[in-house]
Ligand binder design. Structure first.
Ligand SMILES: [Zn+2]
Length: 403
């Protein structure tokens, strides 16, 4: 888990690469070198799925994905480039490769067939984030469904993934073996915690990913607590503008637009100082690894009525994980104690174990290949799904043959 990429090939030699990402750790983790491919499908615009695409396109690969994935990719690549430049990490591609990558997109609408060699492909909504796609591939021998990251529940912004009949199902397993709390109850718990912090005179700092979680938070707060003064800072503001340019991918795009206009967007230094007096600040990075979140945290940490409300997974080694475990984290290179209330909410945009099992069963495949799962998650899924279907758990760099 971390960075994703997989080559699918048939006996006649047609091949396709699906996703090619890098893990945004410090330093980033790179995937093994991809073989030459003419076509790659990018399921969605998270950096662990598209981060290495500029390297591919500099070697002649064309990129397929939804219009929205293509539109957001520029922001994600530019940010990756900027961070590696500032922090001095080597990156396998440069600015010119990024320009080539932007010219290499072949965007597609959902549910529209296109050819890759002998194969027919079409994209289906994956839930997860707006524009995220599952890919259905009809080869002469079998129909394959690659889920990418999926959520089988509607989220505030992305309509859910629904099952597709297939012979081979390649299923993400991030939440194998785990069950989410009820989504509506978790949203309500989040809102009531925000109101509690505000009523004692504090500011709720909500670190959130730029592409997905931050916009979900805005929708929830706008819907449930429209009198709050919510400031929105960081890369998410630019991502949201791309979303609003592709409204067909957004669940009730007008409500998203209203929530965005309702929030006070932070665009400069003076805005940032004003935001310190807000009720809620929604900003990147979601794992407190950089971005405006650290600047705010450094100011807000002196007043015990403030609180940090984490809304996403905190990876091993991330600032957020250290904060949870040690009560301190590095801010501008200095380990800093944060004596504030911290709470965590499960607002995940991935399907959990029971939903993944049901989805697999509803697709009716003869084979299920589990990816994007750690060992225990994959095993838990294999145990349940394996009762009806043959399950494969390839490890990184493995070649899996299905005949
Ligand atoms: Zn994702």
């Amino acid at each position: 888990m971390g960075n994703v990429g997989c080559v699918i090939e048939d006996s006649a030699g047609t091949r396709l690469l699906i996703d090619y990402g890098l893990a945004p750790t410090r330093p980033p983790k790179y995937p093994s070198e991809a073989p030459p491919v003419k076509h790659a499908i990018m399921t969605h615009a998270h950096i662990d799925h598209i981060g290495m695409a500029p390297w591919l396109t500099s070697h002649g690969t064309m990129l397929h994905g939804t219009d929205l994935t293509a539109a957001v990719s520029e922001i994600m690549w530019a940010d990756t480039y900027k961070v590696s430049d500032i922090e001095g990490y080597p990156l396998a591609w440069d600015k010119r490769d990024m320009e080539v990558a932007l010219d290499s997109w072949i965007p597609h609408q959902f549910d529209t067939w296109f050819d890759v060699g002998e194969w027919k492909c079409r994209l289906h909504p994956a839930g997860h984030i707006p524009g995220a796609a599952m890919i259905e591939i009809q080869t002469p021998d079998a129909t394959i469904l690659w889920t990418g990251d999926i959520d089988t529940r509607d989220s505030p912004n992305a309509p859910k993934a629904t099952p597709v009949d297939c012979d081979i199902l390649c299923l993400e397993g991030t939440y194998g073996g785990r069950t989410h709390p009820d989504r509506a109850e978790e949203e309500a718990r989040f809102v009531s915690r925000v109101l509690e912090v505000v009523s004692r005179g504090g500011v709720a700092l909500v670190p959130a990913f730029a592409s997905g979680r931050g916009q979900d938070i805005l929708r929830i707060l706008h819907r449930e607590a429209p009198t709050l003064d919510v400031h929105y800072d960081g890369m998410g503001t630019r991502v949201t503008r791309e979303w609003l340019g592709c409204p067909e991918f957004i669940q009730d795009s007008r409500a998203m637009e209203a929530a965005y206009r309702w929030s006070r967007r932070v665009t400069g230094k003076s805005d940032r100082k004003k935001a310190l007096g807000a009720d809620v600040i929604v900003t990147t990075s979601g794992m407190l690894d950089g971005g405006p979140a650290l600047w705010y945290l450094n100011r807000l940490r002196h007043d015990g009525s403030n609180a940090i409300l984490l809304t996403g997974y905190q990876a091993e080694g991330s600032g957020g994980r250290r904060l949870l475990e040690l009560g301190s984290l590095p801010i501008f290179g200095k380990q800093t104690r944060i004596p504030l209330e911290i709470d965590k909410f499960d607002l995940s945009n991935h399907a959990d174990h029971p939903s993944l099992c049901k989805f697999a069963s509803d697709c009716g495949p003869s084979h299920v290949v589990i990816f994007h799962a750690d060992e225990s998650a994959a095993k838990a899924l294999a145990e349940d799904i394996g009762e009806e279907t043959k399950v494969h758990i390839p490890s990184n760099n493995d070649t899996l043959e299905i005949s």
